[in-house]
Design a protein around this ligand. Structure first.
Ligand code: NAD
Length: 480
């Protein structure tokens, strides 16, 4: 069985511990490869390699750095099929989704930042008769990047690409639940001729490898995407060390649908925004709020469509809903569905585990689930489930919709459906979230800032924000 290896100092190497963890294919419920069970000694090796490489990488002409990253992007594209298959097997997501969204977005991350770095400018302020202030931005040296399992290569590269582009070396840790595409990325970086030590990938568990990265004194910046509780823990270690921190955390996103929406568009997109990637996208809407005038009609049409969704083998080209990521995650989702029932919820669609026929009969699947009859204060509507489960509630006024949208501790994203422009502006402005989509969902432009508010995160990623995060700004004042 294949053993994944760490990528340190330009080479694929065994963990210092000599031990490995099982990597499970969630669609069949079987171990299919092994992951290094690394610890702080492996992180130390990675930091040493990055220390050795950082001066030369930071001093490289921007065009050369850009060229190196473009080569990585090209190789991701060339390996699209292998990467999509690996991600589907690792994660349980439909191969079609990995092929059309996750992997293309991973190469887009490298390509975007390879080009963005060429177009960076610095500021100058002229104080008449006194001086000129100009600002320069220097790389931080070494960046720590830690990512989750739901969009494995896409989110991993979204951190790594801007960190490398702005002249840093990186010590990165992918999720131990979905390590395979990060391993394939190491091979791609070797083939692309990325200098040794510029990118180092250490596999293993969060408390062993992740915490060692966060606590390492030679790593001044941590970019983390994952759960809110993990973010809290990371903050408690990094903040007293005065590290730069970017935390992209959990969500419980509202999807507000007014009477005057484009019904068919809202219906079709809500199906996607609720259940894409089995609801395991941090930006999925899990709380649907329907204005009273379309409540019955929308609910009936939505439940009918959900009941028609086919759950099945992620490697089947026609599958649109695959497995959830692990047995433990399946249990968590089913536990929340039971809790919803206990809280008085009515399950109108799904509500159970699912076992497809054939090769996936022992895999971890959950039926797309729709629940009504719960108010906004119950745990089902307050806590992040991160699976194919949505609740639906009615509202009457704009004010009520805004209050419902803002009723959780999270503030990652929101979706809003209306044909009334004034209402769209007013409600979007009042929702506390990092991004509000009006009459669309998951439309992303890499130039725009991204990040949550409240307990969904601290700091912004994307565009120039990411390049700024991975650099430190200095003002130089010259007397005139
Ligand atoms: P997680 O917090 O369990 O793990 C994320 C990463 O952190 C993994 O690599 C893990 O090994 C590591 N980790 C765990 N404990 C650690 C510790 N003590 N110190 C350092 N690193 C540690 O999250 P997950 O279950 O992998 O991902 C799901 C979560 O991610 C959900 O809450 C989801 O909303 C969130 N998410 C947020 C965004 C966003 O952009 N805001 C995007 C995707 C996912």
């Amino acid at each position: 069985m294949e053993r994944i290896l760490n990528y340190i100092d330009g080479e694929l190497i065994e963990p210092t511990t000599g031990t490995y963890l099982d990597n499970i294919n969630p669609a069949i419920g079987e171990v299919y490869s092994y992951i290094p069970d690394s610890n702080k000694d492996d992180v130390e090796l990675a930091v040493k390699a990055a220390e050795k490489a950082k001066e030369a990488w930071g001093a490289l002409p921007i065009e050369d750095r850009s060229e190196a990253l473009l080569k990585v992007a090209d190789l991701i594209d060339e390996n699209l099929e292998a990467l999509a298959k690996a991600e589907s097997i690792d994660n349980g997501k439909p191969i079609n989704l990995a092929r059309t969204v996750d992997i293309p977005r991973a190469s887009a991350n490298f390509r975007f930042y390879a080009k963005a770095i060429i177009n960076q400018s610095t500021k100058a302020h002229i104080t008449p008769d006194k001086g000129i202030n100009y600002t320069v931005r220097d790389p931080l040296g070494i960046a720590g990047c830690i990512s989750p399992w739901n969009l494995p290569l896409y989110l991993f590269t979204w951190k790594i690409a801007p960190a490398l582009a702005s002249g840093n070396c990186v010590v990165a840790k992918p999720s131990e639940i979905t390590p395979m595409t990060a391993y394939l990325l190491s091979k791609i970086c070797i083939e692309a001729g990325l200098p040794a030590g510029v990118l180092n990938i250490v596999h293993g568990l969060g408390p062993q490898v992740g915490e060692a990265i966060v606590a390492h004194p030679s790593i001044p910046a941590i970019s983390f995407t994952g759960g809110t509780a993990t973010g809290q823990k990371i903050g408690s270690i990094a903040a007293p060390m005065f590290k730069k921190l970017s935390l992209e955390l959990g969500g419980k996103n509202p999807n507000i649908i007014f009477d005057d929406c484009d019904f068919e568009d809202a219906l079709a997109t809500t199906l996607r925004s609720s259940f894409a990637n089995q609801g395991q996208i941090c930006l999925c809407g899990s709380r649907i709020y329907l204005q009273r005038g379309i409540y019955d009609k929308f609910l009936e049409a939505f439940v009918a469509k959900v009941n028609n969704m086919q759950v099945g083998d992620p490697l089947d080209e026609t599958t649109r809903t695959g497995a959830v990521v692990s047995e433990q995650h399946q249990e968590k989702i089913l536990h929340y569905i039971s809790l919803a029932r206990l809280e008085g919820g009515k399950v109108l669609a799904g509500g159970n585990a699912f076992n497809p026929e054939g090769r996936c009969k022992n895999g971890y699947f959950v039926q797309p689930t729709v629940i009504t009859g719960l108010d906004e204060n119950c745990r089902t509507n307050q806590e992040e489930i991160f699976g194919p489960v949505v609740t639906i509630q009615a509202f009457d006024t704009e004010e009520e919709a805004i209050a419902l949208a803002n009723s959780t501790k999270y503030g990652l994203s929101a979706t809003l459906w209306t044909q009334n422009l004034t209402r769209a502006h007013k409600v979007a402005a009042a929702i506390k979230a990092g991004i509000v989509w009006v009459n669309c969902w998951l439309v992303r432009d890499l130039r725009t800032p991204f990040g949550g508010v409240k307990q969904s995160g601290v700091g912004r990623e994307g565009g120039d924000e990411a390049l700024h995060f991975f650099t430190e700004e200095k003002n130089i004042c010259i007397k005139t």
